[in-house]
Design a protein around this ligand. Structure first.
Ligand SMILES: Cc1cc2nc3c(=O)[nH]c(=O)nc-3n(C[C@H](O)[C@H](O)[C@H](O)COP(=O)(O)OP(=O)(O)OC[C@H]3O[C@@H](n4cnc5c(N)ncnc54)[C@H](O)[C@@H]3O)c2cc1C
Length: 435
């Protein structure tokens, strides 16, 4: 029997699943097709480098050059594994006839469906945020952000703007790595004589008492010290209330039940709202399941808008339909917390589902996801990063070295040796120009 396996989304989860199925199954057993509206698979851990890339001689090809270190063509990847790729928008699913509805192409019949449609930015209904803030979720966002900074810098150089103020909402990994690398980028301009330290400011607005709150206090403290030493202002325990075209209204975080006033360390505790001028406002403060999931006619969890699944990742009530990666809400029974929105988790989900799909072809049993703690690496500008791998913590240059190793390891997992090394080396060389 030639089963039709359709994977929606060519991100970390979808591609890991496709690759693993093709490795485990003969072509005669199943036909695998991946659908994605993007032509390229994006390596998100390096997106901040595209947003802050410094190229000595800027020209029309600069954006494309910067993107070339984080993107690989989906068709090129899948063809190596004997998997088909269709570039189209997923518009819904006809569950009765088991067909995926596409925007341009004909409906695709499936026996097994794997939903790996990822996540998008969550604005939490903050007034003006969706209209005025920039985001860092894909290569377009990264390029837009870079263009905005360049435009403002050029205006400044022509005397049309006196200061460059960048406000980043959210002190998680994305906000922290972006702020740190942006500072390196602007320092590079200082070295060229185009900027003075008082010409720019970068601040992070974080609603909790510390940046990188998911990491142990020691590492998050190290990161905060490093950010401050780079000149980045940290507004902790502070919420973004409203965003306008060139202004952000921030306010001390309201007390949570059981907390005393001392729990808030906000610089302007006791005062009411405060307005901050900003040439660029970047929101990295939250994500939610992709809005494409809403078109599938399946129940989503009320908070993160994801598909709730158990350890086999099969969607309840839908035989041979699985949700993986950022599209899936899977609770860890030990920690009572959801599996984090991480590329590593998405990859592991994809591999588990691939095992089940192949096992079911032979009448075997299902594989289950093993809950675990994933390594975390957060770049802190230049050749400095912090990392936590199990009980081991690394800071500074060693953390950066581990990050480079992790990047190469991922490229080697999706590409043959030579193109993987070329991709990694191209990025490493190009993106280290700010350092
Ligand atoms: C800036 C940034 C930095 C990050 N850094 C790290 C890190 O260092 N380490 C880490 O582990 N994780 C990191 N992450 C998180 C990681 O990127 C995600 O957890 C991971 O991408 C989830 O994989 P996924 O396969 O579920 O979704 P994705 O990789 O997002 O893939 C989803 C795919 O679905 C496609 N899609 C969506 N809607 C449609 C539609 N309607 N039709 C067709 N296709 C559609 C998208 O184009 C996309 O290719 C980072 C994320 C960001 C944004």
């Amino acid at each position: 029997m030639n089963r039709s396996i359709v994977i929606l989304g060519a991100g970390f989860g979808g591609l890991a699943c496709a690759r693993e199925i093709s490795r485990r199954a003969g072509k005669e057993a199943c036909k695998v097709t991946v659908v994605d509206h993007a032509r390229y698979h994006v390596f998100t851990p390096l997106l901040y480098e595209v947003a802050t890339g410094f190229i000595e001689h800027e020209n029309l090809g600069t954006s494309r050059l910067l993107m070339s270190g984080v993107t690989v063509g989906n068709a090129e990847l899948t063809a190596r594994w004997g998997v088909d790729f269709i570039e189209d928008d997923v518009e819904g699913v006809d569950w009765e006839r088991r067909r995926v509805k596409l925007r341009r192409g004909a409906a695709m019949p499936f026996d097994t469906l794997i939903i790996a449609l990822g996540a998008e930015v969550n604005y939490y209904g903050i007034e003006g945020m969706a209209e005025h803030a920039m985001t860092l979720k894909n290569v377009r966002d990264a390029d837009r952000l870079r263009q905005r900074i360049h435009d403002t810098l050029h205006k400044k150089e022509r005397g049309l703007d006196d200061k460059l103020d960048i406000v980043i909402g959210g002190g998680g990994a994305t906000g922290v790595e972006l702020a740190a690398e942006l500072t390196m980028f602007l320092k590079r301009h200082m070295l060229k004589g185009h900027l003075k330290p008082e010409d720019f400011s970068i601040s992070i607005i974080e609603a909790t008492p510390r940046v990188l709150g998911a990491l142990p206090k020691e590492l998050s403290g190290y990161a905060a010290d490093r950010l401050r030493s780079l000149g980045i202002r940290l507004d902790l325990d502070t919420c973004v209330k409203k965003v306008e075209r060139a202004r952000v209204t921030i306010a001390p975080r309201p007390l949570k039940p059981g907390e005393s006033n001392d729990a808030l360390l906000c610089d302007f505790r006791g005062e009411s709202e405060k307005q901050v001028e900003a040439d660029a406002i970047v929101w990295t403060g939250g994500i939610r399941g992709s809005s494409a999931l809403e078109k599938l006619g399946l129940p989503l969890d009320s908070r993160g808008k994801r598909l709730e699944v158990g350890p086999t990742l099969e969607v309840p009530g839908k035989k041979d339909v699985f949700a993986i990666g950022d599209a899936a809400l899977l609770m860890d029974p030990a920690t009572k917390l959801p599996v984090p929105w991480l590329a590593q988790a998405a990859t592991a989900h994809g591999q588990v589902v691939a095992k089940t799909v192949i096992s079911r072809l032979a009448g075997g049993s299902d594989a289950e996801y093993r809950f675990r703690e994933y390594p975390v690496i957060v770049p802190l500008g230049g050749k400095c990063a912090i990392a936590k791998v199990g009980g081991l913590t690394l800071k500074g240059w060693l953390g950066w070295l581990l990050k480079e190793f992790a990047n190469l390891r991922y490229f080697l997992s999706i590409l043959p040796l030579r193109p993987a090394i070329v991709l990694w080396w191209r990025g490493a060389k190009m993106y280290s120009q700010n350092d």
